[in-house]
Design a protein around this ligand. Structure first.
Ligand code: C5P
Length: 218
């Protein structure tokens, strides 16, 4: 029997990470933050001083990514990097390496390995379209660019990073363009996905709507 899977895809800073984690907690499911894998790969590439278009070398890093997820902590080798990978610089680098097909292929199995009983909530860009195409529930979660820039601003400030709304608006627009227009696994709603615009919703409201979708499945 397969493990039930809920995929939550959407653009950067749409709130899908927070929603996905709360949904996973409510159901007692595992949680895959696939963006963190791209961020870890980017951090590792920067530390190895690789050019961000060196597809073969970065794919090799991704294939043997020495990462571990322990509760809310994320380790690269022995170092806890959960906060470091949230920096905008790393997010931008992640979005650049995410256009490389060999890097995406190298991260495929690692992502699939997160599927385990009693179930999984997976968040990213291609969870419902590429990684878990047979998922029982697929959500496409979005919000206006302005709402997303404000959320990212608050998130960065709360983690002790400096941030500027205008720069964030520009970054988000550029990142959206890269995610939407790349040839491999572009960001798009999976077939049959439930569309959820969270611009005017609280996190709790969004979580409840996702749980309601899951209840319809069980
Ligand atoms: O979701 P997050 O902002 O942490 O992801 C960082 C970057 O990784 C994104 O900007 C996106 O380009 C890339 N990504 C991806 N596919 C995923 C998850 C993230 O291309 N499944």
């Amino acid at each position: 029997m397969t493990n039930p899977t809920i995929t939550i895809d959407g653009p950067t800073a749409s709130g899908k990470g927070t929603v996905a984690q709360l949904v996973a907690k409510a159901l007692g499911f595992h949680y895959l933050d696939s963006g963190a894998l791209y961020r870890l790969t980017a951090l590792s590439a920067l530390r190895h001083q690789l050019a961000l278009d060196d597809e073969a070398a970065i794919a090799q890093l991704a294939l043997n990514l020495p990462c571990r997820f322990v509760g809310e902590q994320i380790f690269l080798e022995q170092e806890e990097v959960g906060n470091i990978i949230r920096a905008e610089e790393i997010g931008n680098a992640a979005s650049k390496i995410a256009v490389l097909p060999a890097v995406r292929a190298a991260l495929l199995q690692l992502q699939k390995n997160f599927s385990a009983p009693p179930g999984l909530v997976a968040d990213g860009r291609d969870m419902g379209t590429v990684i878990f195409p047979d998922a029982e529930v697929k959500i496409y979660l979005t919000a206006s660019v302005a709402a997303r820039a404000e959320r990212r601003f608050k998130q960065l400030i709360s983690k002790g990073f400096s941030a500027n709304i205008q720069d964030l608006l520009q970054d988000l627009t550029e990142r959206d363009a890269r995610d939407l227009n790349r040839s491999t696994a572009p960001l798009k709603p999976a077939e049959g996905a439930f569309m959820l615009d969270t611009s005017d919703l609280t996190i709790q409201q969004a979580v409840e709507l996702v749980l309601k979708q899951y209840e319809q499945y069980v």
